[in-house]
Design a protein around this ligand. Sequence first.
Ligand SMILES: [Zn+2]
Length: 972
Amino acid sequence: MSLLVFLFCFSLFLGVNTKPYEADAPSCGYDACPEADPSALNVHIVPHSHDDVGWLKTLDQYYFQDVQNVISSVIVALKLNPERRFVQVETAFFKLWWSRQNDIIKEAVQNLVNNGQLEFINGAWSMNDEAAVHYQSTIDQFTLGLRYIEDNLGRCARPKVGWQIDPFGHSREQASISAQLGFDSMFFARLDYRDKNRRMDDKTMDLLWRGSANLGNNADIFTSVLYQHYSAPGGFCFDIVCNDEVIIDDEEDPDYNLEKRVGEFADQMRDRAEHYPTNNILVTMGDDFRYEAAMTTYMNLDLLIKGFDLFEQTYNDKRIKVFYSTPSCYTKAVNDYVNSNNYNLELKTDDFFPYADGTNTYWTGYFTSRATSKHFERQGNNLLQVSKQLAANAQGSYDNEQINTLKEAVGVMQHHDAITGTEKQHVANNYYLRLSRGMQSAADAAGQVLSNLITGDDTNLEFDSCLLANVSACTQTESDTFTVAVYNPLSRTQTAIVTLPVFDQQNYQIRDPDDNDVPYQLDASLTDFSYVENARTSQTTLQFAAKDLPPLGFKVYRFSAADKQPKSNPLLKKTPNLSVGYEETSFEISEQTGLLESITMNGVTLQVTQDFQYYTSQNSSGAYIFVPVETDPSRVAGGPITTTLVSGDVSQGVLQEFGSWARQFIKVYNDDKSYIEFDWIVGPLDISDGVGKEVVSKFSTPLETNGQFYTDSNGREVLQRTRNSRPDYDYTDEQPVAGNYYPVTSKIVIEDDDVEFAVLTDRSQGGSSINDGEVELMVHRACQHDDGRGVGENLNEQEFGDGIRVRGKHFLVLGPKGGNGDKSIAAVERDVAQRKLLSPWTFVTKQVDNLNNLQFSGLKNSLPDNVQILTLEPWSENTLLFRLEHVLENGEDDNLSQEVTVDVSDLFTLFSITELKETTLGANMLLEENVRLSWPGSSTTDDQVEKRDVDDLTVTLQPMQIRTFLATVSYN
Ligand SMILES: [Zn+2]
């Protein structure tokens, strides 16, 4: 291959824009690291600024008021001394800055990157939270950020380090993802105070973390816990916002202090060295939004470093060597040490949840805080996948602004003060604005592709996504005739229940693509939504089953108002004491209490009650922290609750009213009996009595669970939890409720010897099993006080002049541990979780003409039940980003937990894949270029190459494996 052709291919892969500036030859990566001295105590000074993409200010306020000053000022300071270093983290901010710079500055930045002075770390769009995020969105937002860095600054800017210094506890899935991105290490600051104390004592602040129970050492990653948050050492903040004693090196000056200051710094370094296993320690020199006037810090650090040359300091007879460094250079130095000393770092296999920074301050409230925004974010992801898939089918471009607006908005939502709900209210409003604009534009893009596929020409059917359907509003369904297209983003056929508000209680004729009449059901809306301003809300909800939706495809349903008389009282029928549902799946409601009494599924009948209850908040309960007054929550309903039977052709169910501020439908669907649905609405929470309220949906069973329960990690692998216990340190149960709360991204499970009981969620929530046989999920919270962790507002969301109401769903799955004869219960849960994460997206239009293609399948065949296309999106001309994932863990199902092979050569209907190039998880480098450091106790690189072959476009996946490809495609 000629050099010219090679360069052309290379730039195609990277998607690099031609750079208008010249840059020095690169000497970046570990080669550019300052040399650590094996005989010294090496102190790695790491200048950094922690820039939240929204918290107390909005993203734009932070950028224009602070962050642009930080980056510009750092660049100048770095140019003045080649020893100085800085790490750049949040790509959302970097894009705002880079896009405003001229070529002279861009060239200077490129040179600083190429010589290792400016190092990009993490590199994701935001520094994502690790409790409430779903792995699909974490991977997406890394992909987005890493692509931007690669396109604009090239391979010297590729991050090698995870930098999760502020998130409030750490998930094992984040470790796994970081390893699969090709990172060599990750750094963080927040872990349980007892865990930290233990690690300080044991010198295990540096450790090896096994991110996956399925992927072996491919998911191992070196992990370092920062010594003192991510701040500068006490007394050594030289930032313009600090008042610490500056360094004066003029010996004639009466205030000369260089030697004294060197001694003081050395004392702190000696203390720190006691707690780390090698002859390296990392010192963060920064904090939130520092370096707006970077020179003040750098000039003092220059003097401090010089001072250690002038006044030698020692630790255990070793010289203390102080120098500018970066997290990756620290990683390399530790790696050199452990390899040459054959030192085995402690291996950790669980996670760092929950996080407590003191005796009674467990950061478990934010697992639920701003419960509606946690669902909004998940809808954003759902639509993002739909719009990317449709764009891929339509030969779309990576530079599609309509979709990129949503990609960026969803990336920002992953931030550890966004999806967490720990931002100020005006910042939350700004996030919602970004997300709703992004969803609108991506829905328009998706609607156009859908229109083209349906009409066969370029007509735009002007589809609307009816995003207010959850409050029973949708202007499109107000007409007598309308058209509904239901798109299925899963890689297999699925049946979905479509729910739409309808008006004036009309009868409809609904015709499916084959012109058959579709049965439907009209129910009263879950509640009276007339409090919603600026929207016409309906009292009636229509549901129908969209059966056998093709994979990555759609079906079109045509609605017309029917002339015939309304069905005999299609709304509520009041009936007491019941068994509700169908033979395979049913539940019973108690005549006395109106509560759920038992359920039957998969051949098992189990006594189950469910109730809404609430804890009252102590003063220290807030957006981050959960501190209940009592151990036993109070019931929302004082006495028996009102129940009403709701049944028809689509579902059998019951409406329950728990007093004035909680109600729910419990339903079983005729065409989908794999779960029982709990569709609830809670709020407004009245805290005018001066007491915060934190509401849970609690399920109680007689299962003997011995303190054990299971929660998922970011929607992927499942971790066992033991009440009042931690695997890594001695636990003291001063908070018997809050201390046992864990993040639940997709499900929480209990079991005994025979039966498995799972509750799946439609968003992230806090959950626990406080007593044996119980499962509780926190669904809503409002607090009277700020909890003193910086946000400075109490969490008490308002809308329409009242406390906010939260609507959501739980999906209950029950069965024998051995499975239902077809698949294991764990496999059923995986199936339901996926169908709820990537729900078929409903597009509605008043237009009824020109509907020429009423159904479409993007795949020629469904993929096997254990394989899913995790990502399909345009990447560059004739290239798609294509990720395949195995969605089960080892041992979850006898058949589905096996290795699986997929032939992708003849998979898609509108294009063929002609070549696959495998990349790391973030798609910013070819897998063959990925060489990770190896660690004693883990041989990361060896296994990785194994099992990675792609033969004849067939891809083999191990349980929980994700494989990322750039797929060259040829469109029909
Ligand atoms: Zn932060």
